[in-house]
Design a protein around this ligand. Sequence first.
Ligand code: HSE
Length: 433
Amino acid sequence: MKPVKVGICGLGTVGGGTYNVLKRNAEEIARRAGRKIIVEEIGARHTNPDCDTKGIQLTDDVFAVAKNPEIDVVVELIGGYDVAKELVLTAIEHGKHVVTANKALIAVHGNEIFEAAQKKNVMVAFEASVAGGIPIIKAIREGLSANKINWLAGIINGTGNFIMTEMRDKGREFSDVLAEAQALGYAEADPTFDVEGIDAAHKLTILASIAFGIPLQFDKAFTEGISKITRDDVQYAEELGYRIKHLGVSRRTDKGVELRVHPTLIPESALIANVNGVMNAILVDGDAVGQTMYYGPGAGSEPTASAVVADIVDVVRTLTADRDNRVPHLAFQPSELSDMPILPMDQTETAYYLRMNAQEKPGVLAMITSILGGEGINIEAIIQKATSEDQVPVIILTQSVLEQKMNDAIAKIEALDEINGSVTRIRVENFGR
Ligand code: HSE
């Protein structure tokens, strides 16, 4: 069979890894795909010292790759929103299939891109956009297609998890660990995307769409970062039997879909609480299968390339199928997407960890617990730390409650003269335990 010709746009961490894996494993990949896959052209502003591109056509104009009539599949690995969007739409316009690792692009512009691809009868594959080397999109979209998915929750940003792990295990400083993640090529070009949860929200948006069959709605995701987590919180959480992880959670409820990224206390005995360093893990709960977990490297050159190349193989295998006989981009047939709303954050429900500084005098705990009781919030555990100062940290673990009620309770607690400063709140997930 005629070889399939691929154009790679971007030769950075992921582009370089993709080129090297395609080259090194060419024979094995061809045995799987049923035909040879040839890199016809590379579009990149810089060469990559880790890649031997001798004999390959190089250009610094990625749009020339998207328009090259010899090329069947354009692999977009330049990242970012604007140029990447134009590049992908140009490739589609020219009848090319597209493989991308760009979560920002898919989360924000995916609906438009998929519509354009449907019209042109081409595929857009994006396995590498979520959790690097873990085939989570394939698992949900195909492996779990018998199920009604109830919820999913994941550690889907390697940089954030690396920072939280190093801070907890080695007491290292935030900025120091972030610099190391950048040097290792894990962090985003703008690392606030990692630490403020934007990168995780991009990925969660994609996962929620394929789990529940809803259009991509990144603008409705709730996002809270990890920069305010203190070593004290990590310590108190441990005393209560929990670890703090930066989690993306999406749950189907009767009223709509929860879509939220925030630091989260999870029971230390849960497998996912023990996912450390740059590793990612996603728990998926389906009505037929129950809970399943997917674990692996969520970033890095060849782990991400592993997913990119698998997508290229997938595209090659289904080149002759028309659009109605391929796996739909968002798992459900485009005409069957649901208008189930994304819930505003104050309509979501979780348990909470609260930490506050209370003045050391009689009756203060009673005031706090009476405010919580008044809002119908049940207390699960409470710790008060004696100190030599005139204020004491009070830590409270609550049972599950509507966020709106917790907002009201926190406002009332913060208004007490006996409480100094603001109340720290970290949400808690027990995964149905
Ligand atoms: N910055 C991302 C991470 C890279 O740390 O997980 C993979 O998407």
